[in-house]
Design a protein around this ligand. Structure first.
Ligand code: HEC
Ligand code: HEC
Length: 239
């Protein structure tokens, strides 16, 4: 699995760099900084995040953290919680030592503050109001299927594009990641945001919060086929 391999590389690199830092007598940089004392955002990001989220937060296999719409969509508490605890059941690891990761609280805080400083932009939504980050309604998978056909399939029906409805793809990503992606888009790979503006700059027909929730319910049902008949989809953040 692509992301699994990457995780190995990241850990390997982190250990290697830690080893270099600990090397005594580097004349260029004065006394070495122990790895758990590093609070420089760029060093922390490059060591721990860039293999999956891309150099400068773009063009990695996992979502682009440098997308200003993403930074505007997610609040500080949630962002910090995800960096600290990871996204259980996905390739996104926990980073806080309290959750079994490698970073101190000060380092987790430095990452969150750095992402905001470098990548947030005022008025990222240009006056539009996106659906909320967290799902707060109940989704309807049937309606979601229709909305998917109408709003997503036009780009995603060809083999050249991500086969979003493939259970193999869906088994790699959480409902929240799908929701995040549909709302904030991924400008680095040309996935539109919820406004669905056309690629040549024309204004699109925005997806409503209910549309987004329904599409995620549809994709959730494709991933977890045994649940569909058993119970209505709840809005709990499940995979
Ligand atoms: C205007 C074309 C277009 C539309 C409409 C569109 N997408 Fe995409 N989407 C893309 C492109 C381009 C990519 C980049 C990967 C690729 O080429 O398949 C992508 C990637 C994705 C990915 C993979 C993201 C990742 O990080 O790997 C998902 C999931 C996705 N789209 C879901 C959707 C859903 C759900 C909808 C409908 C709400 C939708 N897309 C509508 C163009 C589109
Ligand atoms: C091994 C690959 C990997 C590494 C390393 C990694 N991430 Fe992630 N990250 C992911 C994946 C995959 C997801 C989406 C998981 C899902 O399906 O929900 C994700 C999700 C996230 C999200 C939440 C996205 C959302 O939907 O709101 C944040 C924030 C994030 N990562 C930040 C970081 C930061 C900061 C670092 C470095 C400290 C980091 N990640 C390192 C793979 C990685």
């Amino acid at each position: 699995m692509r992301l699994g391999v990457l995780y190995g590389i990241v850990l390997g690199l982190a250990l290697l760099t830690a080893g270099c830092n600990a090397m005594p007598g580097d004349p260029r940089s004065g006394p070495p900084i122990p790895p758990d004392q590093v609070t420089d955002f760029h060093i922390l990001y490059n060591r721990n995040c860039q293999a999956c989220h891309g150099a400068n937060g773009r063009n990695g296999p996992a979502i682009d953290l440098a997308n200003p719409e993403y930074e505007a969509l997610i609040d500080d508490t949630t962002l910090r919680r995800i960096v600290a605890n990871g996204m259980p059941g996905t390739e996104m690891p926990a980073w806080a030592q309290s959750a079994g990761g490698m970073l101190t609280d000060a380092q987790v805080n430095a990452l969150v503050a750095g992402m905001r400083r470098e990548w947030a932009r005022p008025n990222a939504f240009a006056g539009g109001t996106p659906p909320p980050y967290a799902q707060n309604q109940t989704g309807d998978a049937k309606r979601g299927q229709q909305t998917y056909q109408a709003r997503c399939a036009s780009c995603h029906h060809t083999p050249a594009h991500q086969q979003v409805t493939s259970p193999v793809y869906l088994s790699l990503v959480s409902d929240q990641m799908l929701r995040t992606l549909i709302i904030a888009g991924r400008p680095d790979i040309r996935q539109p945001d919820w406004r669905h503006d056309t690629p040549n700059g024309g204004a699109g027909q925005p997806l409503s919060a209910q549309d987004v929730t329904d599409i995620v319910a549809y994709l959730h049902a494709l991933r977890n086929p045994d649940e569909v008949s058993a119970a209505p989809l709840s809005n709990a953040p499940r995979r």
